[in-house]
Design a protein around this ligand. Structure first.
Ligand SMILES: Cc1cc2nc3c(=O)[nH]c(=O)nc-3n(C[C@H](O)[C@H](O)[C@H](O)COP(=O)(O)OP(=O)(O)OC[C@H]3O[C@@H](n4cnc5c(N)ncnc54)[C@H](O)[C@@H]3O)c2cc1C
Length: 308
């Protein structure tokens, strides 16, 4: 529980904008999640740094959130500060030559649109991935590139500006970030901005690629039902994709409470309405058990369970 003095400090620092016990189901694409102890939307870098200082001195955990499109928030909620950078100060977008600089709160759809308008290709793969730039860097978001290959943020990010927990700001070249499959080793740093290195490409060609990618996604995924996208990482090593393994284990349509394995895409779990995080976690365990039994493969989570 937040001490009264810290409570007061947060109220003063944010000019009363802090929200206590904010339901996280309002901020996740799954529409699931208990309350954030304190939800803050800093209006600029200085406010963010001041909030981090309060959290550090009160020894409160800090959780950054983007669009909440890859999250499973537990029913008990998230202790400490939950920081959303979805504010104008972190939604700046600038195209300069062949680089595109975007704040952490910029939506990926806006990145794709701005790049297309500027005749810059390379980030079309982000089309249809719900999320913000900060979350996409952290998750090293990626997918098929529409050309028979795969592409992820690590292929286009040149530099990331982060704020560390001690409030220092650092511009880190991509090579030092430690990108892996669906992960960037940020060590708790908060992404505030990313610079993407793109290449000239005719807007019509970009448009065609985006259209093809969107058509593929619409045909294969549940894009409108509440979900967090793919629940499990693909196991790699030449093994079939997680969705295929789940499908082959006969688990499409399996249901716990209001959580169901999507009949369209076996790596999606969909919230039929009133699913709890407990329902989803029970379904996840059942899938992991059955896939291990059937295929001898342990499916690791791609979705971020909060708190861990
Ligand atoms: C229908 C659907 C389809 C999807 N398709 C794809 C796909 O094709 N490819 C793919 O890769 N993903 C996909 N996803 C998952 C999701 O869109 C991506 O992981 C996306 O990058 C999440 O971004 P976000 O802003 O919502 O991050 P969140 O879900 O809010 O957060 C994800 C993680 O990033 C951290 N984080 C958020 N912001 C910051 C920040 N500023 N600094 C540091 N850490 C931060 C969070 O703490 C959390 O650990 C899909 C999801 C859905 C619902």
């Amino acid at each position: 529980m937040i001490a009264t003095t810290v409570h007061q400090e947060l109220v003063e620092l944010t000019g009363g904008r802090v929200r206590f016990d904010e339901p996280m189901r309002l901020h996740t694409s799954f529409h699931i999640g208990g309350p954030a102890e304190a939800w803050v939307e800093p209006q600029g870098l200085e406010e963010l740094r001041a909030l981090l200082a309060v959290a550090a001195s009160a020894e409160m955990p800090v959780t950054p959130i983007g669009a909440g499109a890859n999250l499973l928030v537990r029913d008990g909620g998230i202790p400490g500060l939950v920081v959303s950078l979805n504010t104008p100060a972190f939604r700046r977008l600038l195209v300069d030559g062949e680089t595109l600089t975007a704040g952490a709160g910029v939506g990926l759809d806006r990145v794709v649109a701005a790049a297309r308008e500027a005749g810059l290709g390379g980030c079309e793969f982000l089309a249809g991935i719900p999320g913000k730039v900060g979350g996409a860097v952290r998750m090293n978001a990626g997918t098929r590139d529409g050309q028979g290959g795969f592409r992820a943020m690590s292929d286009v990010v040149a530099r990331v500006t982060v704020v560390r927990r001690d409030g220092t700001v650092a511009a880190t070249p991509a090579a030092e970030i430690g990108f892996e499959y669906r992960r960037a080793a940020l060590n708790g740093d908060l992404v505030v901005e990313a610079v993407l290195q793109l290449a000239p490409r005719p807007p019509e060609e970009i448009g065609q690629r985006v259209t093809a990618l969107m058509a593929y996604k619409r045909a294969t995924q549940d894009l409108t039902a509440p979900s967090a996208g793919c629940i499990f990482k693909n196991p790699g090593g030449g093994r079939p994709a997680a969705g295929r393994l789940i499908d082959q284990a006969g688990l499409k349509g399996m249901r716990v409470g209001d959580a169901i394995i999507s009949p369209r895409h076996a790596n999606f779990i969909v919230n039929l309405g009133e699913a709890t995080a407990g329902d989803v976690l029970a379904l996840i365990s059942a899938v992991q058990y059955k896939v291990m039994q059937e295929h001898g493969v342990f499916l690791e989570l791609e979705v971020q369970v909060m708190p861990q």
